[in-house]
Design a protein around this ligand. Structure first.
Ligand SMILES: CCCCC/C=C\C/C=C\C/C=C\C/C=C\CCCC(=O)SCCNC(=O)CCNC(=O)[C@H](O)C(C)(C)COP(=O)(O)OP(=O)(O)OC[C@H]1O[C@@H](n2cnc3c(N)ncnc32)[C@H](O)[C@@H]1OP(=O)(O)O
Length: 199
């Protein structure tokens, strides 16, 4: 079944809502407002939440237009997504440059290791999708070599390495712009037996 994607004008409105919600989330993480102000804002948010939740769009299916708009890493309609913009490299492989925010904090002042894993997982999966070997993550191995900072650009790259039947592997890493590697990832992705066709 192909579900209808939101119209262009709804999508544009959604992008503005998501940008504002990301700003809100950043403000919530950092706010020093007093308890009365926090309680007042919470009440306003409760009312806004009810308005938005009154109507829900149908869930996306693989491959339909804007199927990744709710994705936790690249989803334009997902305020939790950093979001990452992925560039397809001419020689194969993918690249994304990202400035993480305090919203992504793990140890104070540093990016959470699970956030790095989430971003690299998606990048590995996308690198495999780019060569027609898309699948679900079966295992992901992370090596954390140096802390990932927020507030400064970090460059993530990934590429397909090999396949055996429905199993495919990809490697990736996050580095500072000068090439200093911070985190490495290697993942096994499996095209599920139930998956019908070309990815
Ligand atoms: C299908 C959707 C594809 C979507 C992607 C499409 C295109 C991509 C395009 C653009 C990119 C877009 C998005 C980025 C994509 C992905 C990034 C995010 C990825 C995720 O966030 S994804 C969510 C987390 N992920 C899961 O939610 C998986 C849960 N899990 C399962 O759904 C099953 O578990 C599955 C499917 C993994 C396997 O199920 P299955 O039934 O096909 O497996 P089966 O038993 O037949 O085994 C076959 C052979 O794999 C070996 N094998 C099996 N499992 C193994 C393991 N864990 N480790 C080592 N080897 C394993 C066996 O030993 C056997 O090996 P052998 O053939 O040598 O005997």
């Amino acid at each position: 079944m192909t579900l209808e994607a939101p119209s262009a004008s709804t999508y544009t409105a959604l992008l503005a809502l998501v940008a504002q919600t990301r700003a809100l989330m950043d403000a919530v993480v950092a706010t020093g407002a007093d308890d009365e102000e926090i309680a007042a804002v919470t009440e306003e948010l409760r009312a806004l939440t009810e308005r938005l939740d009154a109507v829900r769009r149908p869930p996306a299916e693989v491959g339909e237009p804007r199927w990744l708009m709710g994705n936790a890493v690249v989803g334009a309609a997902n305020p939790f997504a950093p979001p990452i913009e992925i560039e397809y490299l001419p020689g194969g492989g993918v690249r994304a440059e990202q400035v993480f925010r305090p919203l992504h904090e793990g140890p104070p002042g540093l990016v959470h290791g699970g956030v790095s894993a989430m971003v690299l997982d998606h990048l590995l999966g996308t690198a495999l999708g780019a060569v027609g070997r898309g699948g679900l993550t079966a295992s992901l191995t992370m090596t954390y070599r140096a802390p990932v900072p927020f507030g400064t650009p970090v460059v993530a790259t990934a590429e397909y390495t090999r396949s055996e039947g429905r199993k495919s592997w990809a490697d990736g890493r996050m580095a500072l712009p000068d090439g200093t590697v911070l985190v490495e990832a290697t993942g096994l992705f499996i095209t599920p037996s139930w998956f019908p066709g070309e990815l």
